[in-house]
Design a protein around this ligand. Structure first.
Ligand SMILES: Nc1nc2c(ncn2[C@@H]2O[C@H](COP(=O)(O)OP(=O)(O)OP(=O)(O)O)[C@@H](O)[C@H]2O)c(=O)[nH]1
Ligand SMILES: [Mg+2]
Ligand SMILES: [Zn+2]
Length: 418
């Protein structure tokens, strides 16, 4: 008598059609001349294939899920394809400290340094990774550290000129979907500074939302809102008080799963307070602003990319003391569409808006439809932009010269070898 388990095995084997595999003659028939009788085997193959496909898709999906958690999408996937074929790993920079980088990867968080080759080829600090970047790396043999070999193309970047006299780009954050431009509704409120930020955000390639924080300290919210809407007619403006959780829900629709939001704005406006409330804890250090000037103490000292419980990503940044442009002419035009439209109406196409006949700008200033301060702010930014562009061009020419020198040197070296 067969025991129970043997019977079970036999019935499974029969169902799957495996028993027929023992018959050699039938094997060739089954594979090369499929007939009615091997229907069981075919159904097994089909089920097996189908199951494998499901498992494969699941594994693939769960991998993507991991990276998507940090903002991975088709754009980066497409740019990573070649590296993936060569066995590289990919991770997102969430913190930077003196040329060391911390990455979110599928296998967890890891510290990384840039490769010697990357250092050799870098012309400026913009050629190094920044917070928000997706970087291509290889793990060191002991797996304790990663070496960054390349930066994947950026979908957006917010840059400024480095503080001081040096003409160099500093990347504040990259691969941002939305910039939340935070401004205080207390004594810190400054329309001209918002204008400057708007030019820079417009050049970054990210969407923009203006967050007017500390509404609890503002006596005339309506007129403040009207003033901001006038200089940024196409940008959503959200008044909140970060200390009030209920009001923070107004930001919810701009913080989407797998998307990155960067909080930018002066020191003390409440960026870290907002971050903490969205996180539901006291993660970021927050400090009282100094008495008298409301300018804070630069409490946050490092940019950091943080994963929120709802799946969104947020970059908390330190308030910037110097905010000098590093943009193209386009950034300025986009943020001053009203002035662009007026300029197009001037009688002379090369109108200098200086007592010229038929000048639409002067007419608008006279009837009050264009604020004198906004006009002056535009001119100041335009001048700054012209200065920067000139310096950038000079620098680019210098770099080109350096490159040619490098290539010539290499060429001469090779010639000698021959
Ligand atoms: N009254 C009021 N105070 C606020 C509000 N939001 C933030 N604060 C206070 O403003 C101060 C500065 O807030 P932070 O969050 O540290 O400002 P920050 O923008 O991160 O500043 P940095 O890190 O220096 O760039 C703290 O004392 C906060 O408690 C608000 O909505 N209302
Ligand atoms: Mg802060
Ligand atoms: Zn004119």
């Amino acid at each position: 008598m067969m025991d129970n388990s043997k019977l079970k095995v036999k019935s499974i084997v029969k169902t799957l059609g495996i028993s027929k595999l023992t018959n050699r003659r039938r094997i060739s028939e089954r594979f090369f001349f499929p007939q009615k009788e091997n229907r069981n085997f075919r159904s097994f193959s089909f089920s097996f294939g189908f199951l494998s496909l499901i498992i494969f898709e699941y594994v693939k999906y769960s991998e993507y899920m991991e990276l998507e958690h940090f903002g991975w999408n088709d754009f980066f996937q497409e740019n990573f394809r070649n590296y993936a074929d060569q066995g590289y790993g990919v991770g997102r920079v969430y913190l930077e400290n003196r040329r060391s980088f911390w990455l979110y990867t599928e296998a967890g968080e890891i510290k990384a340094d840039v490769s010697g080759r990357m250092i050799y080829h870098a012309d400026s600090r913009a050629d190094f990774p920044a917070v928000g970047d997706w970087v291509v790396f290889r793990l060191q043999e002991d797996k304790s550290k990663a070496i960054i070999h390349a930066i994947l193309p950026r979908s957006s970047k917010f840059s400024r000129k480095v503080p001081g006299s040096s003409i160099e780009e500093q990347i504040v954050a990259t691969n941002i979907d939305t910039v939340m431009l935070v401004s205080g509704l207390d004594n810190d409120f400054n329309l001209r500074r918002i204008e400057r930020y708007l030019v820079m955000v417009s050049a970054s390639g990210a969407e923009c939302v203006i967050v007017l924080n500390k509404a609890d300290l503002c006596a005339d919210l309506e007129s403040r809102l009207a003033e901001v809407k006038k200089i940024a007619p196409n940008v959503p403006v959200i008044p909140i008080s970060a200390k009030n959780d209920e009001q923070l829900t107004a930001l919810g629709s701009y913080i989407k799963k797998g998307e990155t939001v960067a909080l930018l704005g002066s020191s003390g406006v409440g960026k870290s307070t907002i971050t903490n409330h969205l996180l539901g804890g006291e993660r970021q250090k927050v400090q009282e602003v100094r008495e008298g000037d409301d300018r804070g103490r630069h409490t946050t000292t490092k940019r950091e990319l943080i994963v929120l419980p709802d799946g969104g990503l947020i970059i908390d940044t330190p308030g910037m003391r110097e905010l000098q442009l590093w943009v193209s002419e386009e950034g300025l035009e986009n943020s001053f569409e009203d002035i662009e439209a007026l300029t197009a109406q001037c009688f002379y196409s090369n109108c200098e808006h200086n007592g010229t006949k038929g000048c639409a700008i002067e007419a608008a200033l006279a009837d009050g439809s264009l604020d004198q301060e906004r006009w002056e702010s535009h001119n100041k930014l335009q001048k700054e932009l012209a200065f920067i562009t000139e310096k950038q061009d000079a620098r680019a020419a210098q770099t080109k010269k350096k490159d040619i020198k490098k290539i010539t040197k290499q060429f001469n070296k090779n010639q000698k070898r021959w």
